[in-house]
Design a protein around this ligand. Sequence first.
Ligand SMILES: [Zn+2]
Length: 463
Amino acid sequence: MFNPRTAYDVGFDAIAIKDFADYKDEYVVRPPYQRKSVWSRKKQQALLDSLFRRYYIPRIVIRLVRLDEERTVKEVIDGQQRITTAQDFLTDELALPNTLKDVYPSLPGKTYSKLSADVRKFVDKELKYNADIVKGIEDPRNPQHQSVAADIFWRLQQGEDLTYMEKAHARLSSLSRNFVVKYADDITFDYEKYTPVDSNKDKHKFFTVIDRGNDRMQHLAILTRFLILEQANGPANIQDGDVTDYIDKYQVADGIGNLSFEKQAHAKSVLHNMNALYEVFKDDPMRDDSNGAIKELRIEYFILSVYLLLRHLATHYVWGQAEKKLFHDFVIAFHQRWKKKSEDDRDIVAFSDSRQQTSNEVEARHRIIRQLFFEFAKEKGVKIIVKDSRRAFSEADRILIYRRDNGLCQACIKAGKPEPDCRVSWSEYEADHVLPHSKGGQTDVENAQLLCRTHNRKLGAKN
Ligand SMILES: [Zn+2]
């Protein structure tokens, strides 16, 4: 007999809706692979209408999750809204709809506690949701079990209109997904307690300066695109399919709840550059309550180009207060010019015509915005200084510097110490940039001095 092994068992149950309120803690209504979605009041009341008419309600899907030897919780794979609607009704946060008027004239507008005893008894005893109970994949620490659960969810959602990012978000075992969720999602999940957390304190402050919502996970999509650009060290294909591929390719067996992705060099660079962008805009007058968004930073392809420009400048040029101010003013001015949409402004027309996220169009936009930035800097009379790509002094330079400075710490001499105390041995000495490297100081003998370790650390901390 052909009878393949199943990945899990499914049992059946009918659960009184009252249980969802009475034993609220038993239900994990939003598992880690689910987005948070809120039904409109109208939709909630339509469900109450169906319930009271005893119409068919689609089955909910629940997975038993074992926390330890004694305790389990019920993870809601499908039915989040049906359960929260029942909870809202039973806790008097939701009243019965007017649509019930024709069948039960006394019910519309009533909350649960205002119902007569016999109606309440009907609610308590008779109103139930049919449920499919998934068993045999109970262990939340077992990646196999977790990915089967996420897969059941994912398959149930195929008929729904999930965005590419919402689908990618369900890839619990992807390390890049976990990074993106940690820094761009509004909500999070505590795997230790196996419970959803409604506010994510790790969300990056960069997202407070952009005027772009996150209701369909747009922030997660932006962060993923930043990661791809950073990994490619510049323009790359960042279309929707590239975003899902990037999440998929980092799936690993022990990926669930795993945050090791932060150690990746390109992930660190993204955080670094998002901090830099935040620094540029954080004091803008538009941020009235220090949380308001910059209205210019709304369209995704514009934000992506601004990001690429910043990382280019901060990598290759001196990036100090003056440069940040210039960059800020440039973005505002560029946005004005872009929004004017003058047909004679060929650079702007070309920029707007390259709004797609293919490597070619990202590159085209990057070329235009870069060129316009340098024109803007020239106009404002600000000199943009190239950083010396070489940061460390060569061995030959180090020998010259040691001989020229006679093996004496130049800072100790300045401090007036007697010469014998200024002496530094070859193995202890450090070659220091007189004009700091970060401010455009060249890595050559003319811009170098011999320092003892103590002074090098002190001076280094100042820059
Ligand atoms: Zn010294």
